[in-house]
Design a binder for this molecule. Structure first.
Ligand code: GLY
Length: 266
């Protein structure tokens, strides 16, 4: 079963997450031509990438998620990174407009599925945003200012979300693609953060677990119930999470790391 393929750091949560839907999309044939911003291009082994993605999906399923598999988009090299075309709040889903033109064709099929669950609101030109730049903790949205997400999108988000009681906080980034490349929520009051890429002062008032300095890409984990799904490549940071009392389920997405993606993106 899936659990035998993982190096599970502590007993997995038995909390039911059956009301959690995980949307995934298969690794496209064209992933070798993906966008790269801060990472050098190295060959990606398609079969290994698919096998790693399958185990990742099975892990989410094993943690209780209902899995929805979108149709593959082989002409969109980054389409496995299904996080970026949208993000979801309790009240609505925001359909993104990527700062990377090559990624804009990914949004329609994501919106189609989200529309079954939420009213959808699209970011309009000249606004640009990727879901990877958005962390939601309580009623606060931390939104990166990046090569993918611009000030016009921040403005549109404020117009949309202020009336719903959300606060939009803009986060400047250094040396990384998305906000979630360098930081992710690990509970309702704690974040995992690489302080070299994302200023920890962003998260004032929250508990912070810092990435191990030798593992700059380790700030990206997915919360499923009380469990954090993390890449096994980042053992030292995962140890820090376990020592801080978090349950960690490890997967490995090494081939997708070469495409400048990680667990949340997938
Ligand atoms: N390769 C991931 C991205 O650029 O969106």
């Amino acid at each position: 079963s899936w659990v035998h393929r993982q190096r599970t750091r502590s007993r997995l949560s038995t909390m039911s997450t059956a009301d959690t839907i995980a949307i995934v999309r298969p690794v496209p044939d064209s992933i070798g031509s993906c966008e790269l911003t801060h990472v050098e291009r190295t060959p990606i082994d398609l079969e290994t990438a698919r096998s790693q993605h399958r185990i990742y999906t099975e892990t989410l399923e094993g943690l209780g998620c209902e899995i929805v598999v979108l149709p593959p988009l082989h002409d969109h090299p980054d389409s496995v990174f299904v996080e970026d075309p949208a993000f979801v709040l309790d009240e609505l889903a925001v359909i993104a407009r990527s700062g990377a033109e090559s990624r804009r064709g990914e949004a329609d099929s994501v919106a189609e599925v989200l529309a079954l669950h939420r009213p959808c609101h699209a970011i309009r030109s000249p606004g640009c945003i990727d879901g990877g730049d958005v962390i939601v903790i309580g009623r606060t949205l931390y939104v990166g200012h990046s090569t993918r997400t611009n000030a016009e999108a921040h403005r549109q988000l404020r117009d949309l979300l202020d009336p719903l009681g959300y606060r939009v906080r803009v986060v400047p980034l250094r040396d990384c693609l998305h906000l979630k490349t360098g930081a992710t929520a690990i509970s309702d009051d704690a974040v995992l953060c690489n302080p070299g890429w994302v200023p920890p002062s962003t998260f004032e008032g929250l508990r912070i677990v810092e990435c191990h300095p030798d593992e700059p890409f380790s700030g990206n984990v997915v919360r499923v119930g009380r469990t954090l799904v993390a890449d096994s490549a980042w053992r030292r940071t995962n140890d820090r999470l376990a020592e801080a009392g978090f349950e960690v389920a490890e997967v490995h997405l090494g081939e997708l790391t070469k495409a400048e993606g990680s667990v949340t993106c997938s």
